[in-house]
Design a protein around this ligand. Structure first.
Ligand SMILES: [Zn+2]
Length: 393
């Protein structure tokens, strides 16, 4: 395709709204607008990607069972992953190995006065127990039937709403009147003595003895609550969220947590994010350095206007020959200075640049430069195609 037919427009400046380097280069090279609309060059790149194997694109991908993620500091989601066994999943769904405290004998329930203990921290401080020895209560209302969902997790852990929703369906935070009508006292809520609630306990709770929980009485907590001795839970399952440093459920090594974007979900490939991931990965200080399977064109072909030889005509000849040989070409046919074209070739990032100039042509040669290498090489005009096919393998 010819540069002028593509109506390509590169930019001299980085967009000031660039969230990432990759986005900035995509805009400068004419793949995207500043507003993230995909331009014709970007559409051609996507066409190329549709025909490519994601594993051939040399991206560092984190793979869960159903999704592919690309780590990116500006990414909109968090992924837990294991460097040792390559396990990965969205943080809110990630599996991890929980560490129960040493087993204790169950002690009798004991009601204690706990004034102004409205947080787990305050409670743990007041009673001088670690947060691990407390039970945290969370209350939601199920959307479908208005049922109060009462969740118990160990005081040092965080609920994963995503895991909860996969177990009970969609929920919202419970209102105070809903909490009260289920028999709980806000601030001092306990799973013991509720009248109409679905109790969900994290699977660490049955392994945790003698936890401090609310007493369902204002100003009081209960020491030594034990499941199932003191209350029963309709659901016992993993409902807590992993954090960095937690133990990988697959191999026992610590999990890391990174911001990321999705490249593939169950709905299919996210090509906008693919463009961003590729630009983020394959770039230098002059522009993009795309691999063959991601570049919209294999070759950036250009001519440098000559004094005695019609280089444009020669370049046209090469353009047809390459296309006939199945090499895809972006032909910069503009009557521009060499420097302008070199800059654009670097920005756009096709794997190889072929330059048709007078001096080399006089010796039957053209100039070939792989995008990622510093040096040019001269290649015989006649042998160009086989030479290129080797470079593009
Ligand atoms: Zn692992």
């Amino acid at each position: 395709m010819k540069y002028t037919d593509l109506k390509l427009q590169t930019q001299r400046e980085f967009p000031n709204n660039a969230r990432t380097q990759g986005f900035g280069w995509l805009v400068r090279a004419g793949y995207l607008t500043r507003e993230n609309e995909i331009l014709p060059l970007g559409k051609l790149m996507i066409e190329r990607l549709k025909a490519s194997d994601i594993d051939a694109l040399d991206l560092s991908i984190l793979k869960s069972e159903n999704e592919f993620f690309f780590p990116l500091a500006a990414g909109n989601l968090e992924v837990a992953h294991c460097e040792s066994c390559r396990y990965a999943d969205r943080l809110e769904l990630a599996q991890f190995k929980k560490n129960p405290l040493p087993r204790e004998d169950e002690l009798p329930l004991e009601k204690v006065l706990t004034p102004d203990c409205h947080t787990i921290e305050a409670l743990a401080n007041f009673l001088n127990v670690p947060k691990e020895k407390t039970a945290k209560a969370l209350m939601y209302t199920r959307l479908t039937d208005g049922k109060l969902i009462f969740i118990v997790v160990r005081g040092d852990m965080q609920l994963s709403e995503a895991k909860l929703k996969t177990l009970v369906g969609d929920v919202r935070a419970a209102r105070e009147d809903e909490i009260i009508s289920a028999g709980a006292v806000p601030g001092y809520a306990s799973p013991i003595g509720l009248n109409d609630a679905l109790i969900v306990a994290d699977n660490l709770i049955p392994q945790s003895q003698n936890l401090v929980a609310g007493a369902n009485e204002s100003g009081y907590h209960l020491k030594n609550t034990n499941l199932p001795r003191d209350y029963s839970a309709q659901i016992v399952a993993d409902v807590t969220q992993a954090k960095a440093g937690d133990t990988c459920a697959q191999c026992g090594n610590p999990l890391a947590v990174s911001s990321a974007i999705t490249l593939r979900t169950e709905a299919g490939v996210d090509f906008e994010n693919m463009l961003l991931a590729l630009a983020e990965t394959h770039r230098d200080d002059k522009g993009l350095t795309l691999p063959v399977f991601a570049s919209p064109f294999d070759v950036y072909l250009m001519h440098v206007p000559g004094k005695t030889i019609n280089t444009l005509e020669k370049a046209e000849e090469i353009y047809s020959a390459l296309q006939n040989a199945g090499v895809s070409v972006l032909f910069d046919n503009r009557d521009e200075r060499a420097g302008v074209k070199f800059n654009d070739a670097d920005l756009i990032g096709c794997p190889v640049r072929v330059t048709v100039g007078e001096k080399a042509l006089q010796n039957g040669m053209v100039e070939l430069k792989p995008r990622k290498e510093k040096e040019n090489q001269l290649v015989p005009f006649d042998g160009l195609i086989s030479f290129l096919k080797n470079v593009l393998k």
